[in-house]
Design a protein around this ligand. Structure first.
Ligand SMILES: NC(=O)c1ccc[n+]([C@@H]2O[C@H](COP(=O)([O-])OP(=O)(O)OC[C@H]3O[C@@H](n4cnc5c(N)ncnc54)[C@H](OP(=O)(O)O)[C@@H]3O)[C@@H](O)[C@H]2O)c1
Length: 341
């Protein structure tokens, strides 16, 4: 039991999942510390069969911490990640704050763990956006085989991707519909219960949203800067699990059968693709699971070398907590912690 691990944002959706994943995977931690805002000091959070008392980030001394898993949002990360790294810990950050920084590796271990070998200059490693992580896990073996030219994605993203308050809003609105109470809206721009909203994060001048832009540039940073990609991100009234309808155009020919075979061998991927009622995975089945599921693999006859598919994963696990813990495992296995420090 070698490492001291801090989880910042431990009372949130992702932070709680990080604690479960650390315990489930028996991460070699001599101590795990749960941190959040001063509002949560003294709150109990579960860590395996134990509970941890939450401490305040503001007053915590990181000097003997080896790894800090951050999931407290971009502004907290902007202020704290450099300070925590300066105290000697490696920060694995879930926010979008550092992802496109050239000196910060953006890592999905099944896809580009080797990016860590080039050095962790700022002491910070970025976890991608939840929708990016599951997408690149499925695209990597196909890109290696036939080189991706262009991708068109529509996402169907669950409310847990927007944090715990957003989950409560879906719950309250759903109840209000049934008991004929007025619908109260705070987090989402329109009613989310029994609706879908084609708008996640702020609009940019281009007409895309920040969430769509993040997916586009992150896929290019992780897989290949030459890939052309266009994305529409949509929030749906699902609690956990992001789904994606993906159309891919390749440089070289690749059949649906060959793609299925490659994906069956790919790390982190499970193919469930029977052309019959229920022969595909939906978010409810992916919730709580580690795998990225690929279904509905078929030829897209509208382009020369095209495939279409349906990709689903638990956004709190592969999209955030699991990916962060997998990065920490790579650091341990490749003995990168001491080197980076
Ligand atoms: N949810 C996803 O699918 C997903 C996927 C990838 C990345 N992310 C990213 O992960 C981060 C957290 O997301 P989430 O869904 O877990 O949000 P969340 O459920 O709203 O939780 C936010 C956490 O941050 C803590 N926090 C807020 N302000 C703080 C401060 N000033 N100091 C210390 N702690 C503070 C909160 O503590 P209190 O309870 O004390 O307020 C809480 O523990 C975000 O950057 C998000 O973009 C989320």
């Amino acid at each position: 039991m070698d490492y001291k691990v801090a989880v910042v944002g431990a009372t949130g959706n992702v932070g709680r999942e990080m604690l479960s994943v650390l315990a489930e995977r028996q991460f070699p931690a001599r101590e795990v510390v749960a941190l959040a805002s001063t509002r949560s000091v003294g709150t109990d959070v579960s860590f395996g069969d134990r509970t941890l008392k939450v401490k305040a980030l503001d007053y915590y001394d990181f000097k003997d911490t080896d790894i800090c898993l951050m999931s407290a949002g971009g502004s907290v990360s902007k202020e704290w990640s450099p300070k925590i790294a300066a105290a000697g810990a490696i920060v694995i950050d879930n926010s979008s704050q550092w992802r496109m920084d050239r000196q910060v590796p953006l890592v999905v271990p099944e896809v580009n763990a080797d990016a860590l070998d080039h050095g962790i200059k700022k002491g910070i490693i970025a976890n991608p956006n939840c929708s990016t992580a599951q997408l690149v896990v499925a695209l990597k073996p196909l890109n290696d085989e036939a080189k991706i030219k262009r991708i068109v994605v529509a996402t169907y993203q669950s409310v847990s991707g927007a944090g715990k308050d957003a989950m409560d809003e879906l719950f309250r609105q759903t109840r209000s519909v049934f008991v004929a109470d007025p619908i109260e809206r705070k987090h989402f721009t329109k009613q989310i219960a029994f609706n879908v909203i084609p708008h996640i994060a702020d609009f940019l001048d281009s007409g895309y949203t920040k969430e769509e832009w993040k997916m586009m540039v992150e896929v290019q940073k992780i897989l290949d800067p030459d890939i052309q990609i266009t994305v529409t991100c949509v929030r749906v009234p699902v609690f956990i699990g992001h789904s994606e309808a993906v159309h891919i155009e390749f440089e070289r020919p690749i059949t649906a059968q060959r793609a299925r075979a490659l994906l069956r061998e790919a790390p982190g991927v499970l193919v469930v693709d029977k052309h019959e009622d229920g022969g595909y995975v939906t978010p409810i089945e992916a919730a709580g699971e580690d795998a990225t599921y690929v279904s509905r693999i078929r030829k897209d006859p509208t382009v020369e070398n095209g495939l279409a598919m349906w990709i689903v994963a638990d956004n709190l696990r592969k999209g955030a907590a699991l990916n962060a813990v997998q990065i920490a495992e790579v650091l341990v296995n490749r003995k990168l912690l001491k080197r980076a420090a």
